[in-house]
Write a protein that binds this ligand. Structure first.
Ligand SMILES: C[S@@+](CC[C@H](N)C(=O)[O-])C[C@H]1O[C@@H](n2cnc3c(N)ncnc32)[C@H](O)[C@@H]1O
Length: 205
């Protein structure tokens, strides 16, 4: 889907995604001390606003201007004075991310459910790693390819789904160590089986 299609999807009366953070982002980022975070392809900002509520200084980007505007509205409503620590930009995940306010890089970069075919996915991952400081954490969560046959929901196009091994392969040659790469089950309300997500944690060196 291109930015226009995402704009159309985010133009409905109701939010597309939940207002609560993704369970794996919450688990992994919740274990880290707050610092500077970048959420790439952040959509309506469910993870970004949650991070800001926990004291992170957050920058989020998405190529959908409508999604970004929604995230700004949510942030204004939920963060109050803390909204100062939240910035949302229209931006392409395949290009360099904006730097934090005080320059340098990010302690945490989140890439959650960015659905891109292999070559573009690799470029987006490389840009995400570029944005992290040495020692910084890159959290990747995406629909696994195995979700197509063994899970539920999510995109039905295998080209934009990535199993843990594929994400690790995409990270090959980037300045990172692989901390973990797992296939995780995510409970889906009213479904008879869980969704299968790829959850990979990288540390920049
Ligand atoms: C499935 S949504 C996930 C949103 C958010 N990360 C979350 O977990 O709620 C995918 C998002 O990726 C964004 N997106 C897709 N391709 C992009 C690109 N090349 N650059 C920036 N954003 C992109 C879409 O606009 C959409 O908001």
């Amino acid at each position: 889907m291109d930015a226009t299609a995402w704009d159309a999807r985010y133009s409905g009366a109701e939010p597309v995604w939940s207002s609560t953070p993704n369970v794996f982002v919450a688990e992994l980022a919740g274990a880290l001390p707050p610092g500077r975070a970048l959420d790439v392809a952040a959509g309506e900002g469910r993870n970004a606003v949650w991070l800001a509520e926990r004291g992170w200084d957050v920058t989020m980007t998405d190529f959908s201007a409508v999604g970004v505007e929604r995230a700004r509205t949510v942030a204004r409503g939920r963060l109050g004075e803390g909204a100062e620590g939240f910035r949302a930009f229209v931006g392409d995940a395949l290009e360099s991310a904006p730097a934090p306010v005080d320059g340098g890089g990010y302690d945490l970069v989140v890439l959650a459910y960015l659905q891109l075919p292999e070559q573009r996915w690799r470029t987006a991952l490389a840009r995400a790693v570029d944005a992290a400081v040495p020692g910084g954490t890159v959290v990747v969560v995406c629909h696994a390819e195995r979700n197509l046959t063994e899970g539920v929901g999510g995109p039905q196009d295998a080209a934009v789904l990535h199993d843990p091994e594929a994400v690790v392969a995409s990270a090959h040659g980037l300045p990172v160590d692989v901390v973990s790469a797992d296939l995780r089950e995510r409970v889906v309300e009213a479904a008879d089986r869980p969704a299968l997500d790829t959850v990979v944690v990288l540390e920049r060196h």
